[in-house]
Design a protein around this ligand. Structure first.
Ligand SMILES: C[S@@+](CC[C@H](N)C(=O)[O-])C[C@H]1O[C@@H](n2cnc3c(N)ncnc32)[C@H](O)[C@@H]1O
Ligand code: SF4
Ligand code: SF4
Length: 437
Protein backbone atom coordinates (compact mmCIF):
# COMPACT_ATOMS: atom_id res chain seq x y z
CA UNK A 1 0.00 0.00 0.00
CA UNK A 2 1.55 3.27 -1.09
CA UNK A 3 0.45 6.70 -2.21
CA UNK A 4 2.09 8.93 -4.79
CA UNK A 5 4.57 11.47 -3.44
CA UNK A 6 3.75 15.00 -4.58
CA UNK A 7 6.58 17.49 -5.00
CA UNK A 8 4.98 19.66 -2.28
CA UNK A 9 1.63 19.87 -0.47
CA UNK A 10 -1.38 21.31 -2.28
CA UNK A 11 -2.87 22.71 0.93
CA UNK A 12 -1.47 23.73 4.27
CA UNK A 13 -3.14 24.50 7.55
CA UNK A 14 -1.36 27.49 9.04
CA UNK A 15 -1.45 28.21 12.76
CA UNK A 16 -1.35 31.99 12.90
CA UNK A 17 -1.19 32.09 16.67
CA UNK A 18 -1.29 29.77 19.64
CA UNK A 19 -3.38 32.31 21.52
CA UNK A 20 -7.05 31.51 22.01
CA UNK A 21 -9.88 33.06 24.00
CA UNK A 22 -11.42 29.59 24.58
CA UNK A 23 -10.03 26.60 26.43
CA UNK A 24 -12.02 23.79 24.82
CA UNK A 25 -11.71 20.63 26.92
CA UNK A 26 -11.13 18.45 23.86
CA UNK A 27 -8.74 20.81 21.99
CA UNK A 28 -5.70 19.03 20.60
CA UNK A 29 -3.56 22.08 21.20
CA UNK A 30 -1.82 21.34 24.49
CA UNK A 31 -0.95 25.01 24.87
CA UNK A 32 -4.63 25.98 25.05
CA UNK A 33 -4.26 25.60 28.84
CA UNK A 34 -1.62 28.27 29.07
CA UNK A 35 -2.22 32.02 29.07
CA UNK A 36 1.38 32.64 28.11
CA UNK A 37 1.23 33.03 24.38
CA UNK A 38 3.97 35.66 24.04
CA UNK A 39 6.19 34.74 21.12
CA UNK A 40 3.68 32.13 20.07
CA UNK A 41 2.39 33.93 17.03
CA UNK A 42 3.62 34.74 13.55
CA UNK A 43 5.08 38.17 12.86
CA UNK A 44 4.43 40.07 9.61
CA UNK A 45 7.96 39.26 8.49
CA UNK A 46 7.46 35.55 9.16
CA UNK A 47 4.12 35.60 7.34
CA UNK A 48 5.87 37.07 4.27
CA UNK A 49 8.55 34.37 4.41
CA UNK A 50 5.95 31.62 4.69
CA UNK A 51 3.84 32.93 1.79
CA UNK A 52 6.98 33.21 -0.38
CA UNK A 53 7.82 29.61 0.41
CA UNK A 54 4.26 28.45 -0.32
CA UNK A 55 4.19 30.32 -3.64
CA UNK A 56 7.60 28.94 -4.58
CA UNK A 57 6.33 25.41 -4.00
CA UNK A 58 3.08 26.00 -5.90
CA UNK A 59 0.80 25.45 -2.90
CA UNK A 60 -2.84 26.13 -3.83
CA UNK A 61 -4.70 26.66 -0.59
CA UNK A 62 -4.15 27.79 3.00
CA UNK A 63 -6.49 27.08 5.87
CA UNK A 64 -5.93 29.88 8.36
CA UNK A 65 -6.19 28.40 11.83
CA UNK A 66 -4.90 28.60 15.38
CA UNK A 67 -5.44 29.01 18.33
CA UNK A 68 -7.90 31.64 17.35
CA UNK A 69 -6.89 33.60 14.22
CA UNK A 70 -9.30 36.45 14.97
CA UNK A 71 -7.24 37.33 18.06
CA UNK A 72 -4.80 38.95 15.60
CA UNK A 73 -6.88 40.45 12.79
CA UNK A 74 -4.13 42.73 11.43
CA UNK A 75 -1.74 39.86 10.85
CA UNK A 76 -4.60 37.82 9.39
CA UNK A 77 -5.47 40.65 6.97
CA UNK A 78 -1.83 40.90 5.96
CA UNK A 79 -1.64 37.15 5.39
CA UNK A 80 -4.82 37.22 3.28
CA UNK A 81 -3.51 40.13 1.16
CA UNK A 82 -0.25 38.25 0.54
CA UNK A 83 -2.11 35.05 -0.35
CA UNK A 84 -4.37 36.96 -2.74
CA UNK A 85 -1.34 38.56 -4.38
CA UNK A 86 0.12 35.11 -5.00
CA UNK A 87 -3.13 33.56 -6.23
CA UNK A 88 -3.34 31.20 -3.25
CA UNK A 89 -6.88 30.56 -2.02
CA UNK A 90 -7.70 30.46 1.68
CA UNK A 91 -10.36 29.53 4.18
CA UNK A 92 -10.64 30.30 7.88
CA UNK A 93 -11.14 28.10 10.93
CA UNK A 94 -12.44 30.27 13.73
CA UNK A 95 -14.68 30.14 16.77
CA UNK A 96 -16.07 33.48 15.41
CA UNK A 97 -16.53 34.99 18.89
CA UNK A 98 -14.29 37.93 17.92
CA UNK A 99 -15.98 38.60 14.56
CA UNK A 100 -16.83 42.30 14.26
CA UNK A 101 -18.46 44.43 11.57
CA UNK A 102 -14.99 45.80 10.71
CA UNK A 103 -13.44 42.37 10.25
CA UNK A 104 -16.42 41.16 8.24
CA UNK A 105 -16.32 44.32 6.07
CA UNK A 106 -12.63 43.81 5.39
CA UNK A 107 -13.11 40.19 4.44
CA UNK A 108 -16.10 40.96 2.25
CA UNK A 109 -15.30 44.25 0.52
CA UNK A 110 -11.54 44.13 0.11
CA UNK A 111 -10.97 40.47 -0.38
CA UNK A 112 -14.26 39.11 -1.63
CA UNK A 113 -14.12 36.08 0.63
CA UNK A 114 -15.86 33.37 -1.34
CA UNK A 115 -14.86 30.41 0.71
CA UNK A 116 -16.42 28.97 3.79
CA UNK A 117 -15.65 29.93 7.37
CA UNK A 118 -15.55 26.77 9.48
CA UNK A 119 -16.74 27.63 12.97
CA UNK A 120 -16.16 25.28 15.81
CA UNK A 121 -19.25 25.00 17.95
CA UNK A 122 -18.56 22.76 20.95
CA UNK A 123 -22.26 22.15 21.58
CA UNK A 124 -25.64 23.38 20.37
CA UNK A 125 -26.64 23.46 24.04
CA UNK A 126 -25.69 26.80 25.64
CA UNK A 127 -24.75 25.46 29.08
CA UNK A 128 -22.73 22.58 27.65
CA UNK A 129 -20.98 24.83 25.14
CA UNK A 130 -19.80 27.20 27.89
CA UNK A 131 -18.75 24.22 29.99
CA UNK A 132 -16.62 22.82 27.14
CA UNK A 133 -15.01 26.14 26.16
CA UNK A 134 -14.61 26.90 29.91
CA UNK A 135 -15.69 30.46 29.09
CA UNK A 136 -19.04 31.91 30.23
CA UNK A 137 -21.04 33.49 27.42
CA UNK A 138 -19.06 31.71 24.67
CA UNK A 139 -22.20 30.16 23.11
CA UNK A 140 -23.93 33.53 22.73
CA UNK A 141 -20.77 35.09 21.30
CA UNK A 142 -20.39 32.28 18.75
CA UNK A 143 -24.00 32.82 17.64
CA UNK A 144 -23.40 36.56 17.32
CA UNK A 145 -20.30 35.88 15.22
CA UNK A 146 -22.30 33.55 12.99
CA UNK A 147 -25.01 36.17 12.62
CA UNK A 148 -22.58 38.99 11.65
CA UNK A 149 -20.89 36.67 9.18
CA UNK A 150 -24.18 35.59 7.62
CA UNK A 151 -25.30 39.23 7.31
CA UNK A 152 -22.13 39.86 5.30
CA UNK A 153 -22.99 36.99 2.99
CA UNK A 154 -20.37 34.50 4.12
CA UNK A 155 -21.02 30.81 3.93
CA UNK A 156 -20.81 29.31 7.40
CA UNK A 157 -19.96 25.73 8.21
CA UNK A 158 -19.96 24.41 11.72
CA UNK A 159 -17.72 21.75 13.12
CA UNK A 160 -18.85 19.89 16.22
CA UNK A 161 -16.29 17.66 17.88
CA UNK A 162 -18.24 14.75 19.32
CA UNK A 163 -17.34 13.30 22.70
CA UNK A 164 -19.47 11.55 25.32
CA UNK A 165 -20.22 15.02 26.72
CA UNK A 166 -22.15 16.35 23.74
CA UNK A 167 -23.22 13.27 21.76
CA UNK A 168 -26.89 13.90 22.56
CA UNK A 169 -26.63 17.11 20.51
CA UNK A 170 -27.07 14.85 17.49
CA UNK A 171 -30.78 14.46 18.30
CA UNK A 172 -31.54 18.18 17.91
CA UNK A 173 -28.98 19.40 15.44
CA UNK A 174 -31.35 19.64 12.47
CA UNK A 175 -33.42 22.39 14.11
CA UNK A 176 -30.28 24.32 15.04
CA UNK A 177 -28.95 24.21 11.47
CA UNK A 178 -32.29 25.39 10.07
CA UNK A 179 -32.66 28.21 12.58
CA UNK A 180 -29.19 29.65 11.95
CA UNK A 181 -29.16 28.89 8.21
CA UNK A 182 -25.90 26.97 8.41
CA UNK A 183 -24.46 26.11 4.98
CA UNK A 184 -22.32 23.09 5.83
CA UNK A 185 -22.05 20.64 8.69
CA UNK A 186 -19.03 18.74 9.86
CA UNK A 187 -19.25 16.38 12.80
CA UNK A 188 -15.83 15.17 13.88
CA UNK A 189 -15.51 12.25 16.20
CA UNK A 190 -12.94 13.38 18.75
CA UNK A 191 -9.28 12.57 18.28
CA UNK A 192 -8.23 12.15 21.91
CA UNK A 193 -5.75 14.94 22.73
CA UNK A 194 -2.36 13.43 23.49
CA UNK A 195 -2.15 15.09 26.93
CA UNK A 196 -5.48 13.62 28.11
CA UNK A 197 -5.95 10.21 26.47
CA UNK A 198 -7.25 8.50 29.59
CA UNK A 199 -10.28 10.77 29.80
CA UNK A 200 -13.32 8.50 29.27
CA UNK A 201 -15.25 11.30 27.55
CA UNK A 202 -13.25 10.39 24.45
CA UNK A 203 -14.09 6.69 24.40
CA UNK A 204 -16.65 6.50 21.64
CA UNK A 205 -18.31 3.18 20.87
CA UNK A 206 -19.34 1.60 17.57
CA UNK A 207 -22.93 2.73 18.25
CA UNK A 208 -21.72 6.32 18.70
CA UNK A 209 -19.98 6.24 15.30
CA UNK A 210 -23.16 4.96 13.60
CA UNK A 211 -25.16 7.69 15.36
CA UNK A 212 -22.80 10.33 13.93
CA UNK A 213 -23.10 8.90 10.40
CA UNK A 214 -26.91 8.66 10.65
CA UNK A 215 -27.13 12.24 11.80
CA UNK A 216 -24.98 13.45 8.88
CA UNK A 217 -27.13 11.45 6.47
CA UNK A 218 -30.37 12.83 7.85
CA UNK A 219 -29.09 16.42 7.65
CA UNK A 220 -27.92 15.88 4.07
CA UNK A 221 -31.27 14.38 3.06
CA UNK A 222 -33.54 16.86 4.85
CA UNK A 223 -31.62 20.12 4.40
CA UNK A 224 -29.70 19.31 1.21
CA UNK A 225 -26.48 20.83 2.61
CA UNK A 226 -23.03 19.27 2.33
CA UNK A 227 -21.98 17.21 5.30
CA UNK A 228 -18.72 15.62 6.31
CA UNK A 229 -16.79 14.16 9.15
CA UNK A 230 -13.29 15.63 9.38
CA UNK A 231 -12.28 12.47 11.25
CA UNK A 232 -12.81 9.52 8.88
CA UNK A 233 -15.65 7.17 9.89
CA UNK A 234 -14.57 3.49 9.62
CA UNK A 235 -16.67 1.68 7.02
CA UNK A 236 -16.59 -1.65 8.88
CA UNK A 237 -18.44 0.04 11.74
CA UNK A 238 -21.05 1.53 9.41
CA UNK A 239 -21.45 -1.71 7.42
CA UNK A 240 -23.04 -0.16 4.32
CA UNK A 241 -20.99 1.70 1.68
CA UNK A 242 -24.00 2.47 -0.49
CA UNK A 243 -26.15 3.95 2.22
CA UNK A 244 -23.33 6.06 3.66
CA UNK A 245 -21.60 7.04 0.40
CA UNK A 246 -22.04 10.75 1.17
CA UNK A 247 -20.42 10.51 4.59
CA UNK A 248 -17.52 8.12 4.02
CA UNK A 249 -15.85 10.33 1.45
CA UNK A 250 -13.25 11.75 3.84
CA UNK A 251 -10.13 9.69 3.85
CA UNK A 252 -7.10 11.15 5.51
CA UNK A 253 -4.86 13.19 3.21
CA UNK A 254 -2.23 14.20 5.78
CA UNK A 255 1.24 13.95 4.23
CA UNK A 256 -0.36 13.00 0.89
CA UNK A 257 -1.61 16.39 -0.30
CA UNK A 258 -1.60 18.55 2.82
CA UNK A 259 0.42 19.41 5.90
CA UNK A 260 0.35 21.70 8.90
CA UNK A 261 2.61 24.66 9.72
CA UNK A 262 2.81 25.82 13.31
CA UNK A 263 3.33 29.47 14.30
CA UNK A 264 6.99 28.79 15.11
CA UNK A 265 7.44 27.39 11.61
CA UNK A 266 7.41 23.70 12.60
CA UNK A 267 5.92 21.43 9.96
CA UNK A 268 3.68 18.43 10.70
CA UNK A 269 1.74 16.07 8.45
CA UNK A 270 -1.30 16.36 10.76
CA UNK A 271 -2.14 19.18 13.16
CA UNK A 272 -2.66 16.58 15.92
CA UNK A 273 0.98 15.39 15.76
CA UNK A 274 3.52 16.46 18.37
CA UNK A 275 6.85 15.85 16.64
CA UNK A 276 7.68 18.03 13.61
CA UNK A 277 9.41 16.86 10.42
CA UNK A 278 11.28 20.14 10.04
CA UNK A 279 10.86 23.89 10.13
CA UNK A 280 9.88 26.17 7.28
CA UNK A 281 12.34 28.88 8.39
CA UNK A 282 15.20 26.39 8.69
CA UNK A 283 14.90 23.60 6.08
CA UNK A 284 12.08 25.10 4.00
CA UNK A 285 8.83 23.38 3.05
CA UNK A 286 10.02 20.77 0.57
CA UNK A 287 12.65 19.09 2.74
CA UNK A 288 10.21 18.65 5.60
CA UNK A 289 7.49 17.46 3.19
CA UNK A 290 9.82 14.81 1.75
CA UNK A 291 10.35 13.38 5.25
CA UNK A 292 6.67 12.41 5.65
CA UNK A 293 6.90 9.09 3.78
CA UNK A 294 5.53 7.23 6.79
CA UNK A 295 2.14 8.77 5.91
CA UNK A 296 2.41 7.87 2.21
CA UNK A 297 3.45 4.30 2.92
CA UNK A 298 0.64 3.92 5.45
CA UNK A 299 3.15 2.74 8.06
CA UNK A 300 1.16 4.33 10.86
CA UNK A 301 -2.20 2.77 9.95
CA UNK A 302 -4.31 0.45 12.10
CA UNK A 303 -3.17 -3.18 11.60
CA UNK A 304 -6.76 -4.20 10.84
CA UNK A 305 -6.81 -1.84 7.82
CA UNK A 306 -3.55 -2.98 6.21
CA UNK A 307 -4.94 -5.83 4.11
CA UNK A 308 -8.60 -4.87 4.26
CA UNK A 309 -10.42 -5.16 0.92
CA UNK A 310 -12.31 -1.95 1.57
CA UNK A 311 -9.30 0.30 2.16
CA UNK A 312 -9.81 2.04 -1.21
CA UNK A 313 -13.30 3.25 -0.43
CA UNK A 314 -12.89 3.62 3.32
CA UNK A 315 -9.42 5.13 3.64
CA UNK A 316 -8.92 3.42 7.02
CA UNK A 317 -9.15 4.64 10.57
CA UNK A 318 -7.82 8.09 11.55
CA UNK A 319 -4.15 7.43 12.14
CA UNK A 320 -3.86 9.80 15.06
CA UNK A 321 -6.60 7.78 16.80
CA UNK A 322 -4.78 4.54 15.92
CA UNK A 323 -1.64 5.89 17.50
CA UNK A 324 -3.24 6.99 20.76
CA UNK A 325 -3.64 3.23 21.39
CA UNK A 326 -6.64 3.50 23.66
CA UNK A 327 -7.94 -0.02 24.24
CA UNK A 328 -11.53 0.96 25.01
CA UNK A 329 -12.19 2.86 21.81
CA UNK A 330 -14.50 1.39 19.15
CA UNK A 331 -13.31 -1.71 17.34
CA UNK A 332 -12.58 -2.36 13.67
CA UNK A 333 -13.19 -5.62 11.83
CA UNK A 334 -11.84 -6.12 8.32
CA UNK A 335 -13.88 -9.33 7.98
CA UNK A 336 -17.19 -7.61 8.50
CA UNK A 337 -19.50 -8.08 5.50
CA UNK A 338 -20.13 -4.73 3.92
CA UNK A 339 -23.00 -3.86 1.62
CA UNK A 340 -21.29 -2.42 -1.44
CA UNK A 341 -22.17 -2.54 -5.12
CA UNK A 342 -19.70 -0.95 -7.49
CA UNK A 343 -22.56 -0.10 -9.80
CA UNK A 344 -24.18 2.26 -7.36
CA UNK A 345 -23.08 5.45 -9.03
CA UNK A 346 -22.19 4.24 -12.51
CA UNK A 347 -22.77 6.65 -15.40
CA UNK A 348 -24.08 5.61 -18.81
CA UNK A 349 -21.67 6.63 -21.58
CA UNK A 350 -23.01 6.36 -25.16
CA UNK A 351 -21.09 6.50 -28.42
CA UNK A 352 -22.79 9.73 -29.57
CA UNK A 353 -22.46 11.61 -26.30
CA UNK A 354 -20.62 14.92 -26.48
CA UNK A 355 -18.11 16.00 -23.85
CA UNK A 356 -16.45 19.24 -22.81
CA UNK A 357 -13.67 19.82 -20.30
CA UNK A 358 -14.56 21.47 -17.00
CA UNK A 359 -12.44 24.63 -17.10
CA UNK A 360 -12.87 25.33 -13.42
CA UNK A 361 -10.01 23.14 -12.30
CA UNK A 362 -6.46 23.60 -11.08
CA UNK A 363 -3.62 21.52 -12.47
CA UNK A 364 -0.05 21.08 -11.23
CA UNK A 365 2.46 19.06 -13.21
CA UNK A 366 4.28 16.36 -11.25
CA UNK A 367 6.95 13.82 -12.20
CA UNK A 368 4.29 11.08 -12.53
CA UNK A 369 1.93 13.27 -14.63
CA UNK A 370 -0.20 15.85 -12.88
CA UNK A 371 -2.50 16.51 -9.98
CA UNK A 372 -5.91 18.12 -10.49
CA UNK A 373 -8.18 19.90 -8.06
CA UNK A 374 -11.86 19.81 -8.93
CA UNK A 375 -13.97 21.68 -6.36
CA UNK A 376 -12.34 20.45 -3.14
CA UNK A 377 -11.17 17.05 -4.36
CA UNK A 378 -7.75 16.14 -5.75
CA UNK A 379 -7.02 13.54 -8.43
CA UNK A 380 -3.78 12.17 -9.78
CA UNK A 381 -3.28 11.84 -13.56
CA UNK A 382 -0.62 9.58 -15.05
CA UNK A 383 1.52 10.92 -17.92
CA UNK A 384 -0.77 9.15 -20.46
CA UNK A 385 -3.91 10.54 -18.89
CA UNK A 386 -2.34 14.00 -18.86
CA UNK A 387 -1.67 13.74 -22.61
CA UNK A 388 -5.25 12.65 -23.20
CA UNK A 389 -6.47 15.55 -21.07
CA UNK A 390 -4.42 17.99 -23.21
CA UNK A 391 -5.96 16.57 -26.40
CA UNK A 392 -9.46 16.90 -24.95
CA UNK A 393 -8.77 20.47 -23.93
CA UNK A 394 -7.73 21.40 -27.44
CA UNK A 395 -10.79 19.79 -29.00
CA UNK A 396 -13.16 21.83 -26.80
CA UNK A 397 -16.21 19.63 -27.60
CA UNK A 398 -15.74 16.02 -28.64
CA UNK A 399 -17.34 12.57 -28.84
CA UNK A 400 -15.60 9.31 -28.03
CA UNK A 401 -15.07 8.71 -31.75
CA UNK A 402 -13.20 12.04 -32.08
CA UNK A 403 -10.52 10.57 -29.83
CA UNK A 404 -9.85 7.40 -31.79
CA UNK A 405 -6.77 8.74 -33.54
CA UNK A 406 -5.21 9.37 -30.11
CA UNK A 407 -6.26 6.31 -28.05
CA UNK A 408 -7.58 2.81 -28.46
CA UNK A 409 -11.33 2.87 -27.90
CA UNK A 410 -12.13 -0.22 -25.87
CA UNK A 411 -14.18 -1.05 -22.79
CA UNK A 412 -11.45 0.22 -20.51
CA UNK A 413 -11.50 3.56 -22.30
CA UNK A 414 -15.25 3.86 -21.66
CA UNK A 415 -14.47 3.27 -17.98
CA UNK A 416 -11.91 6.08 -18.06
CA UNK A 417 -14.47 8.46 -19.57
CA UNK A 418 -17.02 7.29 -17.01
CA UNK A 419 -14.51 8.11 -14.25
CA UNK A 420 -13.72 11.53 -15.73
CA UNK A 421 -17.43 12.40 -15.81
CA UNK A 422 -17.92 11.11 -12.27
CA UNK A 423 -15.16 13.26 -10.79
CA UNK A 424 -16.40 16.34 -12.69
CA UNK A 425 -13.45 16.64 -15.07
CA UNK A 426 -15.75 16.20 -18.09
CA UNK A 427 -19.22 17.58 -18.70
CA UNK A 428 -21.42 15.12 -20.58
CA UNK A 429 -24.17 16.00 -23.08
CA UNK A 430 -26.17 12.87 -23.71
CA UNK A 431 -29.29 12.38 -25.84
CA UNK A 432 -30.21 9.48 -23.59
CA UNK A 433 -30.00 11.64 -20.44
CA UNK A 434 -32.01 14.40 -22.13
CA UNK A 435 -34.75 11.92 -23.11
CA UNK A 436 -34.96 10.55 -19.55
CA UNK A 437 -35.17 14.00 -17.99
C1 LIG B 1 -7.74 23.91 16.88
S1 LIG B 1 -9.09 24.69 16.10
C2 LIG B 1 -8.41 26.25 15.67
C3 LIG B 1 -9.36 27.22 15.01
C4 LIG B 1 -10.42 27.85 15.89
N1 LIG B 1 -9.98 28.25 17.14
C5 LIG B 1 -11.62 26.93 16.00
O1 LIG B 1 -11.86 26.41 17.08
O2 LIG B 1 -12.29 26.74 14.98
C6 LIG B 1 -9.22 23.89 14.53
C7 LIG B 1 -10.29 22.78 14.45
O3 LIG B 1 -9.84 21.65 15.20
C8 LIG B 1 -10.97 21.04 15.82
N2 LIG B 1 -10.48 20.24 16.95
C9 LIG B 1 -9.88 20.69 18.06
N3 LIG B 1 -9.56 19.67 18.88
C10 LIG B 1 -9.97 18.53 18.27
C11 LIG B 1 -9.92 17.14 18.61
N4 LIG B 1 -9.37 16.73 19.75
N5 LIG B 1 -10.44 16.25 17.75
C12 LIG B 1 -11.00 16.66 16.56
N6 LIG B 1 -11.06 17.94 16.18
C13 LIG B 1 -10.55 18.89 17.02
C14 LIG B 1 -11.80 22.25 16.20
O4 LIG B 1 -13.15 21.90 16.43
C15 LIG B 1 -11.65 23.16 15.02
O5 LIG B 1 -12.65 22.91 14.05
S1 SF4 C 1 -11.56 27.65 20.08
FE1 SF4 C 1 -10.35 26.35 18.71
S2 SF4 C 1 -8.19 26.64 19.28
FE2 SF4 C 1 -9.47 27.54 20.89
S3 SF4 C 1 -9.54 25.98 22.44
FE3 SF4 C 1 -11.35 25.73 21.12
S4 SF4 C 1 -10.78 24.28 19.46
FE4 SF4 C 1 -8.89 24.99 20.50
S1 SF4 D 1 -10.72 -2.45 8.64
FE1 SF4 D 1 -9.95 -0.35 8.27
S2 SF4 D 1 -9.99 -0.08 6.01
FE2 SF4 D 1 -11.28 -1.89 6.53
S3 SF4 D 1 -13.33 -1.06 6.66
FE3 SF4 D 1 -12.48 -1.07 8.76
S4 SF4 D 1 -11.59 0.98 9.02
FE4 SF4 D 1 -11.95 0.68 6.83
Amino acid sequence: MESIRLSAPLSVELTLTKGCNHKCLHCYNPWRKSNNTIGNKLTIEQIDKIVDELAKNNVWHVTISGGEPLTMPNEMFHLIRQLDKNGITYSINSNLTLMTEEIADFLKEKLKLKTLILTSLPSINEKKCDEITQIDGSYQRILKGISISKQHGFKIGINIVITKKNIDDLDNILEFLKEFKIDYLSISTVIPPSYDILNKDYYLTNEDIVRVADCLLEVHKKLGIDVDSVTPLPLCILGDANKYQNVISTSCSAGINRCDIDCNGDIFACSHENTPYGNIFVEGLKKSWDKMDMWRHFQNINKECIDCNYMDICGGECRMITNTKIPQLYSLNKNKKINYSQEFNSIKIMENDKFTINNNIKLRKENFGAVLRIDYDDFFLSENMLQLYSVMKELEEFSIQDLQEFVEINENFYNIIDYMVKIGLLNQKSELLETIS
